[in-house]
Structure formats: C-alpha cells, structure tokens
Design a protein around this ligand. Structure first.
Ligand code: DGJ
Length: 743
C-alpha cells in the first residue's frame, strides 16, 4: 500500500514509483508538511524542522506562553489559513457570520481508499487502466466555527502523480463566507528554485517564462472567466539548474477551466510556498450550515531527471486519466475545416465541393465552422440562435450532412454555446440571459455578450438546441468555441449575497452541459476552442479530448506555441491544421511540407480551400496524410521529448515509442543561411544497448544528400553524442527522421 499512516508518530507517507510525500500531525494537532521529492523511507523528517523565535511571527495560543519558537508564520503546512498568524499567502480565507476573518484547522481523522474519488460537478482524474490508484483523505476541523476541511490526495503510483483538492463543509450552526478556498498548498523548506509559467495572448499562447523565485509573491492567474490565453493553469517549480534531462522539478496542472491563481512566495526564512486554486479576487461563496464546497483538483508530479520526464508524467496522466470516452485512444480523424478557407462566405455547395476534394486526398472528416445558423454572415449577429440557416446552406442541415457522409466522410459542426449576440432572436426574447450589470451598457468582445451559464434555464436551452441539432443530422464531431473574456459580472438570477459565486457557477454550468452531451452523444468527438487556445486546460480535456491550439496557424509560430504547450499537454490533445500561405495571421510563407510536419505534432488536419490547391500540392497532401497515419501510434502514444527551444537554430521534437523500438524526430529550421551551420540534437528514450538506423523520411526525403542517410548508432550513442541534421535547403525547411531498430 503506497499510503501509510503511523498513528503513533502521526506520520503520513505517500509513495509513488519514484517519489515520496510526507506530512505529520504534530502534538498541537497541526498538519505539517515535511517532504515531497525523490523516494525516501518513512523516517520522521519533522525532526529536521528548524524552529527559533522570530520576531513578529507570533505563536498560537495552544503552544503555551513560554514557547515562542512554534509559529505558523514559518512552519511548512499542508493547508494554511488566513487570520491566525500565518502572514504568507494562504490557502483558506473565511469570514464568519459575525464578521471575524479567522480559521484554524486541527487534525481530526483520515481515510484511505484503494481507488480514486471523483469530485461532484467537476472534472478530475479517474482510472480505467491497469495503473494502481489510491486516495488519502485527511479531515481537519476548525472547532470554533465548525468548518471541516477534507484534504484529498489522489495517487497514480506508476505515473508519479499525486492530486490535491479540498472539500470544505460547514458542520457548524452559522453561515460562513469563503473568500479564498485554494485547492492546494505546498511548502518547500529548502532549495533555490525557478518558477516556469506560460504566458501569451490571443493567437500566441503559452510562451515560456522562467525566472528565479525571489522574495515576495510571484503569480499567474486569470480573472477573465476562463483559464485564458494570457496565463495557462500549469506551472513548474524546478531547481534553478534543471534542464530537460537533469534536475528536480515539480509540476502543477489545475484541472479547471475558469478563473485561477497560481502563486509562489519566498518567505523570510527563504522557504517557498506554492498555492493553487480558484482566483479569489471575484470569489465569495456562501456556506450555510450543512453545505459543502468542492475545490477543483490539482495534478502534481515530480521528477528528479528533468523536465522531459515531468512532461511525460503529465502527458500520460492526461491521456489515460483525464481524457474519457470512445475517442480516448481511438485514432482521431484527419479533418478539413472550412474556417480559414471560406470564413463566413459559403453555401452548402461550396462546402460540399471542399469536402469532396478533401476526401479524394484521404481526409476523414469535414467540419463546418462558424456561420451556418441564425443570421450569421459576419461575427456581429446570430449567436444563440442555434437553428440552421437553410437559405444560406441551400438545404437542410441533415441534407448537407447526408451528402458529406455519403462521400464516406464524417461530418462535424461548430458551436459557440456560451455566447449571445445583441442582434439575435435569443437576446430579443431573453435580455436577462446575458451578463449585464443593471443600469450599465455592457462591455463587448467581438461584438458579443456572454450568456449567464450559472442559470439552469440558460443551460437547458443550450442543451435542448445542441441535442436537437446533434440528433437530427449525421454529426460526429463538435467544435465548442468561446470567443471573449467575461466582464459585466452580474446575474439576474443570483441575489446580492450570492453574486460572488457567479464566476465559479458559470464554469459549473458549462461543465454540466459538456457532461450531459458527453453521456448523451458518446460517439461524438468534441474539440474545445476559445479563440484558439484560450481555454487549453486539463479541465476541458475531461470533456473535449482535443482542443484547437491557437488561432495562429503559421507553422513557425506554432512550433513555439506547441513547444510551450508540450510541457503539460499531450500531442493527442493538440488541435493542429495546415493552412494557406502567406499565412493569414502572420503573413509568412513556409513550405507545405513544414506546415504538415508541424500540424502532425497534433491531431492533424487542413484548414484551407482545398479546391484551390495546385495538383502538385494535392499530391503532397496525399503523401502527408498517408505518412501521418503510418506513424499515428508513435506520434500519439509515444514519449515526447523537446530536443531544442524555439530560440535555437531549429525547433526539434521527438516521439519515442514506449517499447523503445523506434522514434520520429521532426526538425524545423527557422531560416536559411549561406555557408550554414547544421543543427545537432541528442535523441532520447531509446534502448542504450540496441542499434538503430537513422533515416530521413516524409516529404523532404529526396532533398537530403545520401551522406545523411542510413547511419546506424546505439541508443546510447544517440542520447550522448547525438546526430547532425542536414541544413535546410529552403526558408523554414524541415525534416522528419525515423529512427528504428526494426529493420
Ligand atoms: C475562433 C476559432 O478559434 C476559429 O477557429 C473559428 O472557429 C472562429 N472562432 C469562428 O468564429
């Protein structure tokens, strides 16, 4: 059993394959965090705590007046509270009905389960694999106000994963307001760390920021209603010298799609505290006697062999324990989406012709994007009116779907369920369904308003409309979009006291619809989207196995977005398409082969008017799709390695088969030079003692001189000495190399 509790010493220890997590209930009944890192024995590390009298770091009353060394202001804790002498960032901030802002949690009891426990209404890791999973629940209690906090630790032994979440119950007799209810608190007593976070903007998401954790508070978060393009709810705390292959690193993925805060603070004693949870700025939850509040889950993992292993732990956790349903490990269809091909300018015939040509080249699915419903010939109207525009399509939705599926393709469709246009029948009928504060003109984003998803009547309407559409046409894919940040937070349904619950209730409403659709239409593949990657988080992945990565489809920008994304999220979740050049967002011209090689590090598809392609390009498309399908298993199920950064001479990444039999390396050069220097990469994840042949494959095979082909090396040589990659022969040229022990 990887979870042990010694009731004599009060020590809890959780062990995974390579890690240990230790805490102790001390003689004051406080739950003290003593260790998280590489696997150790269950020795009592509480003894290593250094306690001295620190001025202005007070002492709890129950310590006794002559011990001034015991202070919550410096002790490493499992779940810190505001108001009782811990002046660092804290996890729990409550206000009692009498106005007091204090909380003090004492150990009560614990329970251990040989399974994972779900969280009502929220996404969370689950298990249907052979991996052994466990849960530890530790119950803490505030005896003054009756609040009980259950700290939950889910364990996936094999993947070195421990999850954190908290359930806060009001077991008292009076109302309590939750002002901050974090999902986790992790204290590091020692170490010099960097904080790696992922920042961005619309059409340029998940750039990497790495900086030293210094004294004070550093944080990333979102108050936009969604997790956002601007900061991703994933971060890493790592040894300042950690690299892809060396060093200690801790990762935190918040399984939540709404407003979040990830904070790190280095304190007066050079300790680091990390807190993650729902963003408290616009959160105030009323907890009446008998009520409980479930915080979302955080997935944590640790690696002492660098960032690559840490990322792989997250990739396999998300692919195996977050993504659900029929599409979990099923080959995803290569799709063609009409958005960048036609934008709003289409009719049924135009779409059918694109589908027909795409089918001839090997594409599996046609996706009809925005503009098929209500009055919607641009992005100023129609949202909410989820009725097909038969006049525009020239036929019913079913007729169009039948024609496309008649080609032997799947048919997919776009929705933006959380939105409402002022110019829509829905808004004219239900103006109070939009988030608008009284006596104010609401702020617009893309000229649209946001529906109040905290209302059950709104959710019922969306469910009814989507169910009707999905039931009456042969649809096997839905793209769920969301195209603005939320403002003007006011629900016409909530009373004043509960308005502070709106942001979280909004997310719960979205999850209810997604969960209902997931159960009602199990064969439909859902792709998440929020103007590209504005809601690219593990919470959405529980409902949508793939998410459109970015509205920037430029291959070179995408190498950077995909690089940042890869720190947490597996390739199978990355929506990626080939689009036209010059690229419509960046203006860049890159070769079709490079655009395809980059999109293959994702779900793969095309987003252009294929009827306008030259015959030569069409021939390439046939080859690209064939290539992708041949390597599908390796690409989507293998171990991912970043071989360079986007700032290097070329961006390179590798998928290595889990059985170490082969690898596929992709290298995208960022430019061309006269008299060039070549790129050079080490190749990981192969058997050191086996021999492998290195072959250039894919669309650029013939461009590579003979001398680069067919070299044979052991896995050890590949990982230690590496290989030299032929310089690019054209601007933004790329190569794919198959490294195999098979022949
Ligand atoms: C934003 C998405 O990211 C695009 O792919 C496209 O679906 C548009 N919305 C449609 O309005």
């Amino acid at each position: 059993m990887p979870i042990q509790f010694d009731s004599e010493t009060g020590i809890f220890q959780i062990d995974t394959k390579n890690t240990s997590y230790q805490m102790k209930v001390d003689d004051k009944k406080n739950l003290i965090h003593t260790y998280y890192g590489a696997k150790i024995d269950a020795d009592d590390l509480y003894k290593e705590l250094f306690m001295i009298d620190r001025g202005f770091s007070g002492n709890p009353h129950d310590v006794g007046k002559y011990d001034r060394t015991y202070s919550l202001d410096v002790l490493p804790q499992e779940y810190s509270c505001f108001g009782t002498g811990d002046y660092r960032i804290t996890g729990l901030h409550v206000q009692e009905d009498n106005g007091a802002r204090v909380a003090s949690l004492k150990y009560e009891k614990s329970e251990i389960y040989e399974k994972l426990l779900g969280i009502p209404g929220l996404p969370a890791i689950y298990n249907d694999t052979e991996n052994k999973c466990y849960t530890l629940s530790i119950f803490l209690k505030d005896y003054a106000n009756g609040l009980s906090v259950e700290l939950r630790y889910g364990v996936i032994e094999e993947l070195d994963v421990i999850t954190r979440s908290a359930i806060i119950r009001n077991e008292g007799t009076k109302k309590v307001y939750l002002l901050k209810a974090a999902s986790m608190n992790l204290d590091f007593q020692f170490g010099d760390y960097d904080f790696i976070t992922f920042y961005g903007r619309h059409a340029m998401e998940r750039n990497v920021s790495r900086s030293e954790i210094h004294h004070g508070v550093q944080s990333v978060g979102s108050v936009r209603g969604t997790s956002s393009h601007h900061y991703n709810p994933f971060s890493i705390i790592c040894d300042k010298n950690a690299t892809e292959q060396t060093g200690e690193c801790y990762g935190f993925s918040f399984v939540y799609s709404g407003e979040f805060l990830m904070e790190a603070e280095k304190d007066q004693a050079d300790q680091v505290r990390f807190i993650c949870g729902i963003h408290p700025d616009d959160f105030k939850w009323v907890l009446n006697p008998g009520d409980e509040f479930n915080t979302p889950q955080v997935i944590m993992s640790y690696s002492d062999t660098g960032l690559a292993k840490l990322s792989q732990n997250f990739h396999h956790t998300i692919a195996d324990h977050i993504v659900r349903g029929e599409w979990k490990h099923k080959e995803r269809p290569v799709l063609i989406n009409n958005w960048e091909g036609t934008f709003f300018d289409f009719n049924g015939d135009k779409l059918y012709n694109i589908a027909k040509d795409a089918k001839a080249l090997g594409v599996d699915m046609f996706v009809m994007d925005d503009g098929w419903f209500g009055k919607r010939d641009d992005d100023n109207s129609g949202l909410g009116d989820w009725y097909p525009n038969e006049k525009k399509l020239g036929c019913t939705l079913k007729e169009l779907g039948d024609k496309i599926t008649g080609l032997g393709m799947r048919f997919g469709i776009w929705f933006e369920p959380e939105m409402i246009s002022e110019d829509s029948d829905l808004y004219r009928a239900h103006p109070d369904w939009a988030l608008i504060a009284p006596d104010r003109a609401p702020g617009l984003g893309r000229n649209q308003l946001v529906l109040d998803m905290s209302r059950d009547d709104v959710c019922d309407y969306i469910l009814e409309r989507m169910s009707d559409i999905l039931s009456n046409a042969p649809i096997s894919y839905v793209k769920w979009d969301m195209n603005r940040s939320i403002s003007d937070k006011y629900s016409h349904r909530l009373d004043t006291e509960h308005e502070g619950e709106l942001s979280h209730r909004f997310v719960l409403g979205v999850y209810i619809i997604l969960e209902t659709l997931h159960n009602k239409f199990p064969s439909v593949l859902f792709e998440g989207c929020s103007g590209g990657g504005g809601r690219f988080d593990a919470g959405m992945m529980y409902y949508t196995p793939q998410i459109w990565l970015s509205d920037d489809t430029d291959a070179i920008c995408r190498t950077s977005i995909q690089y940042g994304t890869s720190f947490c999220y597996p390739i199978s979740t990355v929506g990626a398409h080939v689009s036209v050049v010059p690229n419509q967002q960046a203006g860049r011209i890159s070769p079709l082969s490079t655009r395809a090689a980059v999109a293959m590090a994702g779900t793969f598809g095309y987003e252009l008017d294929i009827t306008k392609m030259t015959d030569e390009d069409k021939e390439s498309v046939i080859k690209e799709i064939k290539f992708f399908k041949e390597y599908y298993e390796l690409i989507h199920e293998g171990n991912y390695f970043r071989l360079s950064t986007p700032k290097d001479i070329a961006t390179a990444w590798e998928m290595a088969a889990r059985d170490e039999s082969e690898a596929l390396v992709t290298v995208v050069y960022h430019g061309v030079e006269a008299n060039p220097a070549p790129a050079h990469f080490k190749v990981y994840g192969l058997n050191p003692d086996k021999k492998y042949t290195v072959k250039y494959v894919g669309d650029t095979e013939n461009a590579v001189e003979e001398k680069y082909q067919g070299h044979v090396y052991t896995g050890r040589t590949l990982a230690k000495a590496g290989i030299t990659i032929a310089p690019a022969l054209e601007e933004f040229g790329s190569y794919q190399l198959h490294i195999t022990s098979k022949d």
